[in-house]
Design a protein around this ligand. Structure first.
Ligand SMILES: *[C@@H]1O[C@H](CO)[C@@H](O)[C@H](O)[C@H]1NC(C)=O
Ligand SMILES: *[C@@H]1O[C@H](CO)[C@@H](O)[C@H](O)[C@H]1NC(C)=O
Ligand SMILES: *[C@@H]1O[C@H](CO)[C@@H](O)[C@H](O)[C@H]1NC(C)=O
Ligand SMILES: *[C@@H]1O[C@H](CO)[C@@H](O)[C@H](O)[C@H]1NC(C)=O
Ligand SMILES: *[C@@H]1O[C@H](CO)[C@@H](O)[C@H](O)[C@H]1NC(C)=O
Ligand SMILES: *[C@@H]1O[C@H](CO)[C@@H](O)[C@H](O)[C@H]1NC(C)=O
Ligand SMILES: *[C@@H]1O[C@H](CO)[C@@H](O)[C@H](O)[C@H]1NC(C)=O
Ligand SMILES: [Fe+2]
Length: 439
């Protein structure tokens, strides 16, 4: 009996003898920043696999390390895959930062600290000229542009990065381990500058739960739609995906529309538009594109552009709304190419003039930039683009945007295939903003 019991005990313990005790995971990882939209603030988000406190310790560059400390909290995120992998997403909002000052920080708790990173608090002046890198469709596999973006970000070429949907390919895969690995990959940029996002179709699994849980955008919509200001720009981020995944709730289309109209109205109050004349939108699926696939934008009746009439009630699209409120620039991705459009509305070109199409354009300007690099490679173009197509490239790369002042905005496209060569650029010049600029 005694012997049997001993053997029984041994067999029970056998897994521990072979594998050791289960590890504990209190070490912070996947550190990234975002801008909560309030001057002098910055949000730090990271992951641990066991529950810990959420603390950011920081200090001015050149000053005493970590003499400031702010607490936040964490939420438990359980992925919906078979393994139901669980992780804690920590969020800490730093406030009262000195604009343009550089801070050194780490995050975690007494059970483990991250590496040391730095960031520069955004200049809150409306005269500030922010520089952005922007792209969509960056994956865990074949993230072609990532190395160049890492180096340029660490060289402080950008104040903010905009990732216009489609992350990791896909964050939920391998029980969300692909999401973890992707968030580790982008830490080398996203821990240094605010990494602002919108959802794409590759985030749709489990109702966008990996997207909604892993990022921390302004507003109360788990990053689905929100807006914020920087320099002379008002930047609006939307979910084009509400038009495509009706099973997650048709009401999301209308909730977003209602919010959008209010936000655009507010941004157009004369006293607001006077100081932040640029209204820039970002959303994943374009209204227009000339790619050779069956995507929404390849059809004349794009859902994003014209809405859907198979919903109850019919859902208006976004082209008219953006036009009525004088949106200046619309940034898109999804197509794994780069395409610049002449000013366009209702499928027609409205150049400023034949010689200077982007000087006082009579309609919004669209840029489609989804070639950062992912396992799906790049897309092909339709050989006969419409009149609105101004420049196209199938090189891997990303876009740079410089909002210089109230009248001048500069855009350029970087080819990663051509070692960082700038293959396209424009100056968008507007003496007047708002719907009256179209007349
Ligand atoms: C730590 O996290 C692992 C993985 O999620 C989990 O299996 C384990 O139960 C956790 N341990 C504690 C002490 O919370
Ligand atoms: C987490 O922190 C935020 C910001 O400080 C706060 O608004 C929220 O109530 C906190 N949540 C919990 C559960 O403590
Ligand atoms: C912010 O930018 C403006 C415009 O370039 C500049 O005049 C101002 O000095 C900057 N603010 C700080 C604190 O450096
Ligand atoms: C999907 O998520 C959105 C945003 O959180 C929520 O409003 C909606 O009800 C969810 N849909 C379903 C079917 O759970
Ligand atoms: C409904 O939309 C489709 C395409 O989105 C279009 O072809 C059709 O004409 C529309 N029908 C009505 C009645 O508006
Ligand atoms: C717009 O300007 C471009 C560049 O000058 C020109 O090629 C194109 O034909 C113009 N389109 C219209 C409709 O004026
Ligand atoms: C805005 O920037 C452009 C380009 O640098 C410059 O030519 C122009 O003079 C600036 N406008 C003002 C009002 O400073
Ligand atoms: Fe996409």
């Amino acid at each position: 009996m005694e012997l049997v019991y001993t053997i029984y005990l041994f067999l029970n313990l056998a897994p521990w003898l072979v594998l050791g005790l289960p590890p504990i995971w209190t070490q912070p990882e996947q550190v990234h920043l975002s801008y909560p939209g309030v001057p002098g603030s910055m949000e730090v988000t990271w992951t641990t696999f066991n529950k810990t406190d959420s603390t950011v310790e920081y200090g001015l560059l050149g000053g005493r390390l970590f003499d400031l400390s702010t607490q936040g909290n964490s939420t438990l995120f359980v992925d919906s895959g078979d393994e139901k992998r669980a992780m804690y997403i920590h969020r800490v909002i730093l406030i009262g930062l000195k604009p343009t000052a550089t801070y050194v920080y780490h995050c975690g708790s007494d059970e483990g600290w991250s590496d040391v990173f730095y960031f520069t608090a955004l200049n809150d002046s409306v005269h500030f000229s922010p520089k952005f890198a922007l792209y969509g469709d960056l994956g865990n596999e074949n993230p072609q542009s990532l190395a160049r973006l890492q180096k340029e970000t660490q060289m402080e070429m950008y104040d903010v990065i905009l990732h216009i949907g489609d992350f990791a390919y896909d964050m939920h895969e391998d029980n969300a381990r692909i999401g973890d690995e992707f968030m580790r990959q982008i830490q080398s940029i996203a821990a240094y500058v605010p990494y602002m996002t919108c959802p794409g179709n590759h985030e749709s699994t489990y109702n966008f739960s990996n997207y909604r849980n892993r990022f921390s955008m302004p507003g109360q919509t788990e990053g689905l739609w929100y807006s914020w200001n920087l320099g002379s720009a008002h930047i609006i981020s939307i979910s084009t995906e509400v038009y495509f995944y009706l099973d997650f709730g048709q009401e999301l289309i209308f909730r977003q529309l209602e919010w959008l109209e209010k936000d655009l109205q507010e941004a157009n109050h004369p006293e607001n538009r006077a100081v932040r004349p640029w209204i820039i939108t970002m959303g994943h699926r374009p209204m227009y594109c000339s790619d050779d696939d069956q995507d929404d934008c390849t059809k004349f009746d794009s859902y994003v552009r014209l809405g859907r009439n198979d919903t109850k009630p019919p859902a208006p699209g976004l082209e008219d709304l953006f036009y009525r409120y004088g949106v200046d620039l619309e940034l898109w991705a999804h197509e794994h190419t780069y395409e610049r459009l002449w000013p366009v509305y209702g499928d027609k070109v409205y150049n400023g003039s034949m010689e200077q199409p982007y000087v006082n354009p009579k309609a919004p300007v669209h840029i489609v930039t989804g070639s950062a690099g992912c396992r799906e490679r790049t897309d092909k173009f339709n050989p006969n683009p419409k009149d609105w197509s101004a420049f196209r490239s199938t090189d891997y790369g990303y876009t740079r945007m410089h909002v210089v002042n109230a009248s001048h905005l500069y855009l350029e496209e970087v080819s990663d295939d051509q070692n960082g060569k700038v293959i396209d650029s424009i100056w968008l010049v507007k003496e007047k903003h708002g719907p009256s600029a179209w007349l």
